[in-house]
Design a protein around this ligand. Sequence first.
Ligand SMILES: NC(=O)c1ccc[n+]([C@@H]2O[C@H](COP(=O)([O-])OP(=O)(O)OC[C@H]3O[C@@H](n4cnc5c(N)ncnc54)[C@H](OP(=O)(O)O)[C@@H]3O)[C@@H](O)[C@H]2O)c1
Length: 268
Amino acid sequence: MSISKLAVLGCGNIGSAIAKGLAKSGVTPANIILTHRKAESLSELNQAGFQTSDDNANAVQNSEIIFLTVGPSQLMDLLDEISSNLGRNHLLISIVSGVTIAEIQAKVGTEISIVRAMPNTAAALCESMTCLSSLPQFAQGLKTAQSLFDKVGNTLEIDETQMASATALCACGVAFFLRAIRAASQGGIEIGFHSDEAFTIAAQTARGAATLLLDNDSHPEAEIDKVTTPMGATIAGLNEMEHQGFSSAMIKGITTSTEKVTRLFNKD
Ligand SMILES: NC(=O)c1ccc[n+]([C@@H]2O[C@H](COP(=O)([O-])OP(=O)(O)OC[C@H]3O[C@@H](n4cnc5c(N)ncnc54)[C@H](OP(=O)(O)O)[C@@H]3O)[C@@H](O)[C@H]2O)c1
């Protein structure tokens, strides 16, 4: 399947992040069609070389791989709009939270390959974490989808029943870590750094911490042991954070988000 025939239908926050990431990874923007109800809202992406349009049916006719990136309540209308233009050569990659493959099949039939993907906005910088799932009969489609998301970050295949959890940890997760970085920089301001300095120090330190884990394939506690000397400042700060509920707050936030995703759509 050619990666030169891509469409992103309903190109908003996550759609444009995927498009930008694919372009950054070497896919020619002119070979990606982006749609939005108000195509003029995509003018910046059009200037960057992407094809832009408000015609979903035409985009489908001219593509093989179709990213569905509208909101959950908008997906069924979009599928109604494009279903007569879909054929067996199409691969649908749904980024939409809470809508199952079975529900998409109820609209488009069982012949068309469907994959669900849960990336995050860091796809724009090729640093997404993307969880993917599909059905056994769409193994080839899953492979194609994975190869595309590998271009914009890391990927993991999961069972479809874990998609709500992936939404919380992967998609919402960006916000959780950003809030942690903001909190660290606020602490930095209180101990004497200017706001811009504190943000730079906090964000680069967070990136370094994540890189230590990913590049060394190590566990957080193994890396923490390297910076906590007995009776030292790091362990004192860490323990105070735990007394204040740091880990508990993160865990509860993630479980609450998962419950919310599950409750909102009452399916996964
Ligand atoms: N944002 C994330 O980080 C993220 C991560 C993973 C998954 N997701 C999932 O991805 C989906 C999109 O999220 P988002 O944050 O990117 O939302 P978004 O910014 O609102 O983007 C969706 C866009 O699709 C447009 N649209 C709706 N129906 C359309 C149609 N029939 N034809 C053309 N355009 C249409 C919407 O336009 P209007 O504004 O006019 O309705 C909107 O601008 C959601 O299902 C979300 O759960 C999001």
